[in-house]
Unconditional design. Structure first.
Ligand SMILES: [Zn+2]
Length: 457
């Protein structure tokens, strides 16, 4: 009897282990099967690391990547260069994150029929970006390093997400033996999504939002500027004295002395809270791409540091994509659509994915957003004629961030206050000198490109 019961227990234990194993497998299969089948290296889907089936198109139907083509990428060298960071390079130094994220939806893989459906026909992935606008942005950047982004703040579709510099994936440069001029420095980084920059004066839009949320009456105050202000024994300076100004004029003049006073009155905690509210510290999950977080740390800041932080210097860092979304929130009464890149996926003639719009949290009140919109419109009228496109109410703020000896990052951010073209944008040019003169013509060319593309749809 004793040995029988021992055997029974033993087989029960075995049965339990087996059941547990099967259950684990089934659960994991349903959770992860599409990842297993589409991981880079699956023979059903990839040959030599390349996609076996399917096409990737831009918003206008331009082919960016195709398994049918012998060399896979677009026939146009301009399109190949302008979309390099979206499509990835052949060596895998720039990963094709979108492709990886949507592989299973593109191949027609499903959990019951496996990869059987994949043999019959290729899938199609439709992006929200415009190859034409990407090319305009690339040409406007003209080899300078930085990022250009434009998106629809009502729907979330990204029309432009350019990282510069770039190269032709069918003719990659020999970076090992680069001639040392540094023109490809950081070329593998998708700057628009993954770089962070000292924002300079575009950060005044965060400080100003905090100050107006705290005290809406600030809009009626005036600020005097003598060209310099001593705080904690150190100076805050403006290029020249701005005299007495309204709040709106102080923003247009980008008066450091006025914004130093505004920041000090506000205090550390409220500036930090506003940075949090506008999403500075968060990252966005965008179709396989995770954006980098910004940075604002005032824990060791003295009063002078705090003033510079409110002006967009000190240790402030922003990610271009995140700050573009903030521009969308100002345009759209305080909250904006979360950005996306992939509009739809099809497999064997069947739609397997369609993008939907979800909104960010309320970043600022409707009233504050309206006040900022009006002031940013005045900025363009007073200072940035170069970006003013007739009939679409361009609103903007420029920045010239000091990042080293004689080295400035030029920044320019804003939106169109328009129901027809609800677009927010950002332009960043490393070593770009003055923000508005460098970036406004780039922004204008790219926005006009977007308007043309949208008119054609
Ligand atoms: Zn000033």
């Amino acid at each position: 009897m004793k040995s029988i019961s021992k055997r029974t227990v033993f087989s029960l234990v075995l049965a339990c282990i087996l059941l547990f194993g099967v259950a684990t497998f089934v659960i994991r299969y349903f959770l992860y099967a599409d990842r297993w089948v589409s991981f880079t290296g699956s023979p059903h889907v990839y040959t030599n690391g390349k996609l076996n089936t399917g096409e990737i198109l831009d918003r206008s139907g331009t082919v960016l990547y195709s398994s049918e083509k012998s060399k896979n990428y677009s026939d146009s060298a301009t399109t190949r260069r302008a979309t390099l960071h979206l499509m990835g390079d052949r060596a895998g130094n720039i990963p094709a994150r979108i492709l990886r994220a949507y592989a299973s939806k593109l191949f027609g893989y499903d959990k019951l029929n496996g990869t059987a459906a994949m043999e019959s026909s290729g899938g199609e992935l439709r992006l929200s970006v415009s190859a034409q606008v990407q090319a305009i942005a690339m040409q406007a950047m003209n080899g300078r390093k930085g990022a250009v982004g434009v998106y629809n703040y009502r729907t979330g579709e990204i029309l432009c997400a350019l990282s510069s510099p770039t190269f032709d994936p069918l003719d990659p440069p020999d970076l090992e033996h680069d001639n040392g001029d540094g023109r490809y420095d950081g070329v593998y980084v998708y700057r628009f999504f993954h770089a962070t920059y000292t924002p300079g004066s575009i950060f005044k839009l965060t400080t100003l939002a905090a100050a107006l949320e705290e005290n809406p009456e600030l809009a009626n105050e005036t600020f005097s500027c003598e060209g310099k202000l001593t705080i904690n024994g150190e100076q805050i300076t403006c290029p020249h004295p701005h005299g007495r100004q309204s709040l709106s004029e102080a923003l247009s003049n980008s008066c450091n002395c006025a914004f130093a006073q505004i920041t000090l009155r506000l205090g550390k905690q409220k500036l930090l809270a506003q940075a949090d509210a506008i999403g500075l510290y968060r990252s966005y999950e965008i179709d396989g791409i995770t954006t980098s977080r910004g940075h604002l740390d005032l824990s060791d800041a003295n009063e002078n540091d705090l003033a510079w932080a409110g002006i967009g210097q000190y240790t402030d860092l922003v990610n271009p994509c995140q700050y573009m979304v903030y521009m969308g929130a100002i345009a759209n009464n305080g909250k904006a659509a979360e950005p996306w890149l992939v509009s739809s996926a099809q497999s064997a003639g069947r739609e397997t994915y369609r993008a939907s719009t979800s909104m960010t949290a309320q970043m600022l009140t409707k009233q504050t957003a309206a006040a900022l919109r009006e002031m940013m419109r005045m900025n363009v009228k007073r200072m940035y004629g170069a970006v003013d496109i007739p009939g679409v109410n361009v609103c903007a703020k420029s920045g010239t961030a000091e990042v080293g000896e004689d080295e400035n990052t030029a920044t320019f951010a804003g939106f169109l206050d328009s129901d027809e073209y609800p677009l927010a944008f950002i332009v960043v040019v490393e070593k770009g000198g003055a923000g508005s003169s460098t970036c406004a013509p780039i922004a204008r060319a790219v926005l006009e490109g977007c308007i043309n593309v949208m008119d054609g749809e």
